[in-house]
Write a protein that binds this ligand. Sequence first.
Ligand code: BG6
Length: 475
Amino acid sequence: IPVDDFDLVIFGATGDLAHRKILPGLYRRFEAGQIPASSRIIGAARTEQDDAAFRDEAFRAICDHSSVDKDNPQLQEFLGLLGYVAIDARGEGGWQALKDRMRPGAVHAFYFSVAPALFGDIAERLAGHGIAHDDSRIVVEKPFGRDRASARALNATLAKHFHEDQIYRIDHYLGKETVQNLMAVRFANVLFEPLWNAQFIDHVQITVAETVGVAGRGSYYDKSGAIRDMVQNHMMQLLCLIAMEPPYHFDPDAVRDEKLKVIRALQPVEPADIVRGQYTGEGSDYLTDAEDPASRTESYVAMKVRISNWRWQGTPFYLRTGKKLRARTSEIAITFKEPPHSIFDDSGVPKANELVIRLQPNEGMNLKVMIKEPGPGGMRLVQVPLDMSFADALGADGADMPDAYERLIMDVIRGNQTLFMRGDEVEAAWAWTDPIIEAWEDGKRRPEPYDSGSSGPDEALRLMHRDNRRWREIR
Ligand code: BG6
């Protein structure tokens, strides 16, 4: 379904995110017939260039970062929607030119794909020059602050010029098809929800493992580390979607209210329940990639998280994420409790059911159930998978799944905030991670080294063994 006619301004249009995600994503939506041909996409950045030069730049970016057919006439049509205005976020030049380009009557959206230090300047000038109005939307990228105080300050800055329902804070994990599917699985089936609690679930494991390191973005990453870069946002969003109560409706505030309640119910993490790691190895060493030979920043973190509410009392959530691990895999594994009693004597002990939701790659679900081993040998139990991959079930191969950014940008134009973080949610998430980060920064310990290409530090295994549990293999 096409969205309404819009003018989208991308601040930071010559930057990496615009090249890799925003422009290719917009083109794919245009190809899919979702963007009206009357819409305008206006690049804004400091570089002095004209519309034609920006179109060339966008053409190269789209070809380099997506598998498009360069000769598809639609690509030229799409480039025709693009324009460019040179703007200095901290100066006054260019703003009037931008104002002149905005068409009355179209949906107006402003994408702040710039350093957060510029958010305030841009918001102020959009308002001061009368470019933004009450219906305009702004899109802001992570990192949204580096602690609660800075997130609060950013929220306050934006709030001077925009209402909360105009602000779209992106966490691209929420735009992933499989992440949205978590809500469908939970709330569109009767099968799971009655068992979705501490009475039946032993524990939950959330893994986001990456094979890439931080080379090339070491200067950003070294100031963040895995907790700020992945846990405070993506991992916590996944945790919320698994742990939240059913919202009364699939509506932005109803969903975000329930997520916020989960964040507020998180217990502080004990130092003994967290393991930090740093990858090391010949030719693939964090300390070289980060350009600080003494860095104590973690490229891996594993932690045990407890949620203090009726539903989850006694069921731990184990989170782990890291760079330079053995395989790229993101998944959520829910291990149910063992049956309370076995009627089968020595013919095999029933094992706990397990539901694994694979977020990427090979998106799908796997439910492990016990059955009788076929054959005449009597009642022998065996665990088998009920395996479903989206590609097989729906004929959707990875290439056809819209990228998270495509979905999210279209939601901005539609005015749907369900998959965006609300200001209070972001602040609450920082309020939980702040003490974890402070305790670490005050200490003198170094992260545990782990070999590049491994499953992470051994200490993370111990975190599980201590509780008589084990991590699923990363593969
Ligand atoms: C980003 C982080 O937000 O998410 C990166 O800054 C990380 O460090 C990336 O690599 C992971 O996203 P995806 O979509 O590749 O799983």
